[in-house]
Design a binder for this molecule. Structure first.
Ligand SMILES: [Mn+2]
Length: 292
């Protein structure tokens, strides 16, 4: 691949080992380190065949002192988006084929997406001012290499947000570019282009999700039956939407006791969200610890 080629937009995971999936950290370094520990433990039990996938929105966190912390934002934490990225870069450097992150709308805001206003009026600019120009450039290069969709051979696709868009095949994802969306409006999903819909949709009709999975499977690829994504906070940590969609909340907006991640057997076969079982694939991030 030459420097002029964009990085692959689809991450294709192998047919063996374990895959840990976590969503929406928004600068929560404690939760990142917990997932890193779980990944390293999974490496031990799989003789190295473990993968860790973040679904995007690693960055951009709230800025409240503890007394002002709103209850709806779950367990208190301080935003450490920059250090979190530095530790992600180090972990990926140590395990380049096994540590992955998808592009979220918050990362996209730094490389061509609309600037996000979640915690600051323009938190994209705010973040780059906090970390300084050299680190901002390093992070932009990192984000530019993030794919949009992960595909397994066990029936599961992973996206950042709900895949509420129509595609006619995997090539439609591979062809997406990240630049040129700065002026995209955020108030009308149905007027957004495909990349905007892929990064911002909070929900998706059953038929659209099913068609997305079928198109992504193609005629030769592994059959995909369900899609896992975050972007939206679900209070119990996960929410099955029909047979095709699992909304997962691993960190942001939850009390520690409700945070969940997903662990898949990449050699297995999942045909429905009902095949993702609490305590087997759906796991509490802080199992066995006092709830925070
Ligand atoms: Mn998001």
């Amino acid at each position: 691949m030459t420097a002029a080629d964009p990085s692959p937009r689809i991450l294709r995971l192998p047919r063996r080992g374990r895959l840990l999936v976590a969503t929406d950290l928004h600068g929560n370094l404690q939760d990142f380190r917990r997932l890193r520990d779980l990944f390293e433990a999974a490496r031990q039990t799989t003789e190295g065949a473990a993968h860790l996938l973040f679904t995007g929105d690693l960055i951009h966190g709230p800025d409240y002192s503890l007394p002002d912390w709103p209850d709806f934002m779950g367990s208190y934490y301080e935003d450490h988006s920059g250090p979190l990225l530095d530790e992600f870069i180090a972990l990926q450097a140590a395990f380049p084929a096994q540590v992955h992150a998808l592009l979220g709308n918050h990362e996209h805001s730094h490389i061509g997406g609309p600037h996000t206003p979640k915690f600051w009026p323009d938190e994209t600019r705010h973040f780059e001012e906090v970390v300084g120009s050299a680190r901002a450039a390093r992070y932009r290069a990192l984000f530019a290499g993030f794919p949009l969709v992960a595909i397994t051979g066990c029936g599961v696709a992973v996206t950042h947000a709900a895949p509420n868009l129509v595609i006619d095949g995997a090539h439609a994802i591979e062809a997406l570019r990240y630049d040129g969306y700065e002026q995209m409006r955020l108030d009308q999903l149905d007027q957004m282009p495909p990349l905007g819909r892929l990064l911002w949709a909070r929900r998706c009709p059953k038929a659209v999700a099913r068609a997305f999975l079928t198109a992504l499977s193609g005629s030769e690829g592994p059959a995909l039956h369900l899609v896992v994504f975050g972007h939206e906070v679900v209070n119990d940590g996960f929410n099955r939407v029909g047979d095709e969609q699992l909304v997962l909340s691993s960190s942001f907006g939850l009390r520690n006791a409700h945070k969940h991640y997903l662990e898949l057997d990449l050699a297995g076969s999942y045909r429905s969200t009902a095949d993702l079982v609490l305590g087997r694939e759906l796991l509490a991030l802080y199992a066995g610890e006092p709830s925070g």
